[in-house]
Design a protein around this ligand. Structure first.
Ligand SMILES: *Cc1c(COP(=O)(O)O)cnc(C)c1O
Length: 398
């Protein structure tokens, strides 16, 4: 044990010396646009709370009522005695929202992706995956025995080359995030679907950073790209825009969902989603589906932030997604981004800097995430903090 202990301490030390140690700030409040931490009060610009539903009164009421009606826990997997009628209701609600025949609920989207590929794709099959796909897709694909191919991020020429290389497989599937989380870029789903049709491949999209708020009806990237009827399998999370509690899903044709219920290991061998989370998520989804109020506020905030930051001379990656990367390039960029993020927290605005190896060398950034819960004043405060922090860090002594 002592040897292992020393080895691990050394490894931790290496992580720290490389500047990669992740320290968790502890919130002492609910997740919201305004939070308190053990050290400070802050405006939060780094949550995935896109629609501001994490502490929405109607979501809270639904979850609270569910404790009385449905209890605290299920103490069972779904197929033994862990399925309440509301679990099925939520699955049907998700399927209808994203335009698929049915859906199956998991404890998380990580589990949904982890339990998908092994069931549907075996040694005779091919899985073609975008190089920037989420870790859970990468792990899920690893668990299957299919041949694996990787194409450069959103690179259609490379995707075509990989489709050629995979010719002869029984089943072929192209796998992509709907939105790439470090850039806020959308996958080119229209062209991906066209290539898939040419090669007789399936298309699978993980729409975690889009479901609830991307597209006119909030139905996600396939809606935005007008390919809802051309995508075969969709995964997504309830842990971001849709209330942000926990849970994930796969939505697809009935036979896909039915087979996952029989064979998918994280579904079969892990506890059912908690009743209050199911009820709160149903309400969050209902709000996302029925009202445009939050989506419009989110769009206004994103546009305003981009305009003000442009005017202030910051470099933003182009786009319209509420993930808005503020770039700090060059050799000194990583240090600048991290010091500016620290200086902003001192000024009461909570944002996070990302640098190599999370993003490519020389492309350090502060990833700002807008929310419908932010007021116009919150957005202006954030931009003012950026400007002041930049002065602090880049021109000290002014
Ligand atoms: C956040 C995210 C996940 C993980 O979702 P959880 O429900 O938190 O496990 C999976 N895929 C993508 C693309 C994500 O952004």
């Amino acid at each position: 044990m002592y040897l292992i202990k020393d080895d691990l301490a050394r490894e931790l030390n290496d992580i720290e010396e490389a500047g990669l140690l992740k320290r968790e700030r502890q919130l002492t409040s609910a997740q919201s646009a305004h939070v308190t931490t053990t050290e400070t009060e802050a405006l939060n610009f780094c949550a995935n709370n896109y629609l501001g539903l994490a502490d929405h009164p109607e979501v809270l009421t639904a979850a609270r009522d569910a404790l009385d009606q449905w209890g605290f826990g299920m103490a069972s997997v779904r197929f033994i005695c862990g399925t309440q009628s509301q679990h099925r209701d939520l699955e049907k609600q998700i399927a209808e929202f994203v335009g698929q025949e049915d859906a199956i609920l998991y404890s998380s989207c990580f589990d949904a992706n982890g339990g998908l590929f092994e069931v549907l794709f075996g040694a005779e099959d091919a899985i073609i995956s975008d190089a920037l796909n989420h870790a859970s897709l990468i792990d899920g694909i690893r668990l299957s025995k299919a041949r694996r191919f990787r194409y450069a991020n959103a690179d259609l020429a490379d995707l075509r080359a990989q489709l050629e290389a995979a010719r002869g497989a029984r089943r072929t599937v192209i796998v992509t995030d709907g939105v790439f989380s470090m850039d806020g870029f959308y996958a080119p789903l229209d062209e991906i679907c066209t290539l898939a049709e040419e090669f007789g491949a399936l298309v699978m999209v993980d729409d975690s950073h889009a479901v609830g708020f991307v597209g006119d009806g909030g139905r996600g990237t396939p809606e935005l790209m007008k390919v809802m009827d051309r995508v075969d399998i969709i995964s997504g999370t309830l842990g971001k825009a849709l209330g942000g509690a926990s849970g994930g899903y796969i939505a697809a044709r009935r036979e896909v969902v039915d087979l996952l219920r029989q064979r998918s290991r994280p579904y079969l061998f892990s506890n059912a989603v908690a009743p209050s989370v199911v009820a709160g998520s149903r309400k969050a989804l209902e709000l996302a589906a029925s009202s445009t109020e939050q989506r419009e506020a989110l769009g206004r905030n994103t546009t305003l932030f981009r305009e003000l930051m442009d005017d202030a001379g910051f470099e933003l990656l182009p786009g319209s997604h509420p993930i808005t990367p503020v770039m700090f390039r060059g050799d000194d960029g990583a240090r600048q981004a991290s010091q500016i993020a620290d200086a902003m927290l001192d000024r009461g605005v909570y944002v996070i800097a990302f640098s190599y190896p999370v993003v490519p060398k020389g492309q350090a950034r502060i990833r700002v995430q807008l929310s419908a819960a932010h007021s116009e004043e919150d957005v202006r405060t954030c931009v003012a903090a950026f400007i002041a922090a930049r002065d602090d860090v880049l021109a000290p002594g002014n």
